[in-house]
Write a protein that binds this ligand. Structure first.
Ligand SMILES: Cc1cc2nc3c(=O)[nH]c(=O)nc-3n(C[C@H](O)[C@H](O)[C@H](O)COP(=O)(O)OP(=O)(O)OC[C@H]3O[C@@H](n4cnc5c(N)ncnc54)[C@H](O)[C@@H]3O)c2cc1C
Ligand code: SF4
Length: 325
């Protein structure tokens, strides 16, 4: 598992990073951003889509800000769990990510931009060669998708980050910057339903920071996670719920690890509210409706049917927990 060679760039300012990205794009040179490297570098060691250039965000001034209303892309997950003043829902989710060792290096930007995962893809090069590759890393062979064959364009690899759904139910916004300038959009609009494109980042853009409004700070919530081993495993399913205490009309639910994107469920919540909130019966109906809305595929450790059933359980637990606070 030798790391393929690449040129590492270490810009010191956001402007320098954007200029560098623009210059590489102009020359037609491919590159990746790297933050903590806990996702990108293991993939490179497995020769999964390595690029000749890597731009590190680690030395850029001012990208590790951390407060209730702003989290810089280079903020380490360990600091999200230990610093005072971070929203408790984000602290809860960050504490459930991986192991303490991984959390020391992993960053919030890397977690939100995490590559999608699939057991036909997160394997060494020899293993992937033995099954004739798949089209997310097909090494020029034109190989098909191994999970849903004959669909040839999309990839259904699973997004398995824990923090995105919690930020979604807090109405977080992401600030994206690149050679074309800055744009700000709700995190709920950041992801794209394709395991290869993953999100709406344009070529040369990176995620600069996440902001939370004053309204977000009023929300309380919880994050429920299913995983194989509590010590460090990726989520097999995750449900985040938040509300403004006492007002059930503000309820928001988001799920993760069930598709190529983390997803907010405003329609499912609205449909239950429209029928009139009736306590436990509504909680059960909502849990069932979220279960029906998600479509996991068979490419993570646990079978899709079990993950789907567990979404109902996790949703029920999450909503019960916030309502009883
Ligand atoms: C053993 C193990 C267990 C894990 N378990 C969990 C888990 O339980 N829950 C969970 O959520 N995660 C889990 N992870 C994933 C881990 O959280 C991520 O690897 C980490 O959050 C990524 O952050 P990073 O800074 O290391 O990203 P990197 O590895 O540096 O980057 C990850 C990806 O994001 C891109 N990127 C990084 N920063 C930016 C940015 N600011 N803008 C645009 N693109 C960017 C990179 O190009 C790369 O594609 C686990 C990882 C390991 C190794
Ligand atoms: S979902 Fe299909 S294309 Fe995507 S990584 Fe898995 S096998 Fe490859």
């Amino acid at each position: 598992m030798l790391m393929p060679p690449f040129t590492l760039h270490n810009p010191k300012t956001v402007e320098e990073a954007c200029e560098l990205a623009g210059m590489l794009l102009e020359k037609g040179e491919e590159f990746d951003w790297v933050a903590g490297g806990t996702d990108l570098l293991p993939n490179y060691k497995w020769h999964i889509n390595p690029k000749p250039h890597v731009i590190s965000l680690a030395k850029i001034d001012g990208t590790d800000t951390l407060s209730l209303h702003e989290i810089g892309c280079m903020a380490r997950l360990v600091d999200l769990t230990t610093e005072n003043g971070i929203h408790p829902l984000v602290v809860e989710a960050a504490s459930k990510v991986a192991s303490s060792l991984v959390r020391r290096n992993a960053t919030i930007g890397g977690n939100l931009c995490l590559d999608t995962r699939c057991f036909w893809y997160n394997q060494g090069e020899d293993w992937r060669r033995s099954i004739d590759w798949c089209h997310k890393a097909d090494c020029g062979t034109g190989a098909d998708c191994r999970v849903i064959p004959n669909q040839n364009t999309l990839c259904v690899a699973t997004y398995q980050g824990d923090i995105a759904p919690t930020l979604m139910v807090l109405d977080a916004e992401v600030h994206l910057i690149g050679p074309q300038g800055l744009r700000i959009l709700p995190l709920a609009e950041f992801y794209q339903l394709d395991g290869m494109t993953k999100n709406v980042l344009k070529q040369g853009e990176f995620l600069l920071k996440i902001t939370l409004s004053k309204e977000s700070a009023k929300r309380t919530g919880t994050y429920q996670k299913l995983r194989v081993r509590d010590s460090w495993d990726f989520p097999e399913a995750g449900v985040a719920a938040s509300w403004i205490e006492g007002d059930v009309s503000t309820l928001q639910i988001a799920t993760t690890a069930l598709e190529s994107i983390p997803r907010c469920h405003p329609e499912e919540v609205a449909a239950i509210l429209e029928d009139g909130w009736s306590g436990m019966d509504s909680v059960k109906a909502l849990a069932l409706s979220i279960r029906k809305a998600i479509k996991p595929v068979n490419n993570t450790s646990l079978p899709p049917r079990y993950r789907k059933s567990m979404v109902r359980v996790l949703t029920k637990r999450a909503v019960e927990k916030i309502l009883e606070k």
